[in-house]
Design a protein around this ligand. Structure first.
Ligand SMILES: Nc1nc2c(ncn2[C@@H]2O[C@H](COP(=O)(O)OP(=O)(O)OP(=O)(O)O)[C@@H](O)[C@H]2O)c(=O)[nH]1
Ligand SMILES: Nc1nc2c(ncn2[C@@H]2O[C@H](COP(=O)(O)OP(=O)(O)OP(=O)(O)O)[C@@H](O)[C@H]2O)c(=O)[nH]1
Ligand SMILES: [Mg+2]
Ligand SMILES: [Mg+2]
Lengths: 209, 209
């Protein structure tokens, strides 16, 4: 559609800007409440000693997530989308103008909680990372395929709840590989901290290369 | 917008049809994996001895949810929306043609897992019921207000997980009342069965009056 065409032009501009400044731009997508903000709250303290961290927070309403990020010490801006179900590349152009990210930095974009619409909107990111909570069920990759097809990383979060939920980890990974074989899968608990150090190391490695 | 105008005309037609046949039409909305299908799997056996039950299953992809409903013995059809992020009233017109619901029956519409887009699309339902899992966090009503504003019922599901998640039940109910004071709130575990009998009784009471 015409909207997607326009978006792709803005996305290309963002992608060029990030490449020009060697900014690792990570688009974090997931259902509402899968743990995107909680993961950032755990990751940023591990990263900010070694690299400048910026965050673009997308939500329909409130500045709650941006306030949570502020407390970590990262530079953050909040975008409220109102009734719109996703961030788009044009919003990111404005975010870049406000944040003025330095070279060799990391920019997290926490998208609106939505497993459907953000799949269609390229923001110009370097990585797209889909976060899936083990509480959602192993069939989500099959039922919401576009989001998983268009991601390079998948974080399976809330692994501390595995003893209490009927989640089949092996089946989930089979489904993920079926939808996108090259997907890199990580397991985390943003509550307990499992897997977060490894995730930080992976990010730092990319920034430094 | 023009799309919403057209949708409202189709929604009015559905609403009139349901009134004409005294069909209790319940639009179930939630994030992906909050437990809509699991709740239906528990509810339908309790309802179908006393009332005819129909289900419209909406998903981007697969017939998995419709197959789960089939095993309960209810009449069900699956609608695949592809890249579209919500069911709309026109799709429900077609579903009604296929299902031919009898008078004095219950029709569940399980919407696409999405806390954003379905809020804007009236399907002609009698009740809109938003399901929120305690794993998603108590701030969801504030951050996704349109969905909670437009609902009459809110089901807080997965209460069996309360010992293991940082969910503040009282705070959640405060936020819900703040967004929509008239919201009727229920607590359930679709896994263990808590609250399901009460929910079935509430539905039967409405059908029989
Ligand atoms: N048990 C458990 N709870 C978690 C974990 N990570 C996050 N949570 C909880 O899940 C809820 C939602 O976490 P958020 O970080 O707000 O999730 P989100 O994806 O940012 O939510 P939105 O921005 O609204 O889409 C909160 O109550 C968190 O404390 C985890 O690893 N384990
Ligand atoms: N612990 C616990 N798990 C539950 C409960 N209800 C559902 N689940 C699990 O949550 C996962 C998702 O349940 P579904 O019924 O598929 O959720 P849904 O809302 O229909 O998902 P979509 O149709 O994809 O949006 C499954 O693994 C269920 O077994 C509950 O009350 N407690
Ligand atoms: Mg968040
Ligand atoms: Mg379902």
């Amino acid at each position: 559609k015409d909207i997607l065409q326009k978006n792709n032009v803005f996305a290309a501009q963002n992608r060029g800007f990030f490449m020009g400044r060697n900014v690792l731009a990570i688009n974090m997508v997931s259902s509402p409440g899968s743990g995107k903000t909680a993961l950032l709250e755990k990751l940023i303290p591990l990263l900010k000693e070694q690299v400048k961290v910026y965050v673009v927070e997308g939500d329909q309403s409130t500045t709650r997530d941006a306030e949570r990020i502020e407390r970590t010490g990262a530079s953050v801006i909040q975008i409220n989308t109102g009734k719109t179900c996703h961030l788009d590349a044009h919003m990111i152009i404005h975010a870049i103008e406000k944040l003025q990210p330095e070279s060799n930095s990391v920019l997290f974009i926490e998208n609106v909680g939505n497993l459907v619409c953000p799949a269609l909107f390229d923001l110009g990111e370097t990585w797209r990372m889909v976060i899936m909570s083990v509480t959602e069920g192993e069939d989500k990759p099959l039922k919401y395929p576009y989001m998983f097809e268009s991601s390079q990383y998948c974080v399976l979060n809330k692994i501390d709840l595995l003893p209490y939920v009927p989640f089949d980890m092996e089946q989930a990974k089979d489904y993920l590989k079926k939808i996108r074989p090259e997907l890199q899968i990580m397991e985390t608990s943003a509550l307990k901290g499992d897997g977060v150090t490894e995730m930080a190391e992976m990010i730092l490695q990319k920034v430094n290369n």
